[in-house]
Design a protein. Structure first.
Length: 248
């Protein structure tokens, strides 16, 4: 049975929408890079959104609990992804007992939170000793360049590489890995053909409220998760920050 999609509000990424494909694939690339840490684990995805990422992690995990504050979203996850245990709850006070989960995943969420340190302390509380925290977030230096306040109205505070690492360490974690997601060779070639950034072209079209040029529509539709690379070089210029932290 087909399951209705969630509405596209701009706050979360939704799969299956042609104009959203670039963002969906960019997020999917991060999930696939981090799924190795979920093998055989009890995973809490804190802020699961539409649920596609939690479902991907469930391919390797023993159990994935997808937590989201929005009632419509939690109900959608329960219908659309039966191998994910959907739960509604507040990220400010995770509805989970102390030291009970192996992995907390938090992908493209922390930039939406008002109390980021408080949330990370909650993650520390619910993780077992040696458990892992997986975080991705837009790099402030490239997502909102030259600004102290985010361009995205749904973001409360964006982080640069040093700020993210410091925040994680200050809340009791050891940083095991800090990397950055960026465009791979094929996508850089696509941008050369477009004559500029594929992100800027999408934003410009959205702000102007004009139909997308055919070349932009084709470029966005053709993006796959394999078009993104993850590495540790020159984090200041990456698109998204990717962190793996360990609870002592």
């Amino acid at each position: 049975m087909a399951v209705d999609s969630l509405p596209l509000t701009g706050e979360r990424t939704v799969p299956g929408i042609a104009e959203e494909n670039y963002w969906f694939r960019r997020h999917e690339a991060a999930y696939r890079a981090l799924r190795q840490h979920c093998a055989g684990a009890l995973v809490l995805e804190a802020g699961c959104g539409e649920g596609y990422g939690a479902d991907l992690l469930a391919e390797d995990a023993t159990l994935v609990v997808g937590l989201d504050y929005d009632a419509l979203t939690a109900a959608h996850v329960a219908r659309a992804y039966p191998r994910v245990r959907a739960l509604r709850g507040n990220l400010a006070a995770l509805p989970v007992r102390d030291a009970t989960v192996d992995v907390v995943a938090n992908l493209q969420v922390i930039e939406h939170l008002w109390d980021q340190a408080g949330f990370l302390r909650e993650c520390h509380r619910v993780l077992r000793p040696g458990g892992r925290l997986l975080v991705t977030t837009p790099n402030r230096l490239t997502f909102s360049p030259g600004r102290d306040t985010p361009l995205n109205p749904f973001h409360t505070r964006e982080l640069d590489p040093g700020e993210l690492a410091g925040l994680i360490r200050d809340t009791g974690f050891g940083v095991e890995y800090l990397g950055g997601l960026r465009h791979g060779p094929r996508l850089r070639a696509v941008e050369t053909a477009l004559g500029g950034s594929i992100v800027d072209a999408q934003v410009d079209a959205a702000v102007a409220g004009t139909p997308w040029p055919d070349e932009l529509r084709a470029a966005v539709a053709g993006v796959t998760e394999g078009d993104f690379d993850l590495g540790t070089d020159d984090l200041a210029s990456c698109l998204d920050l990717v962190a793996v932290a360990v609870r002592a």
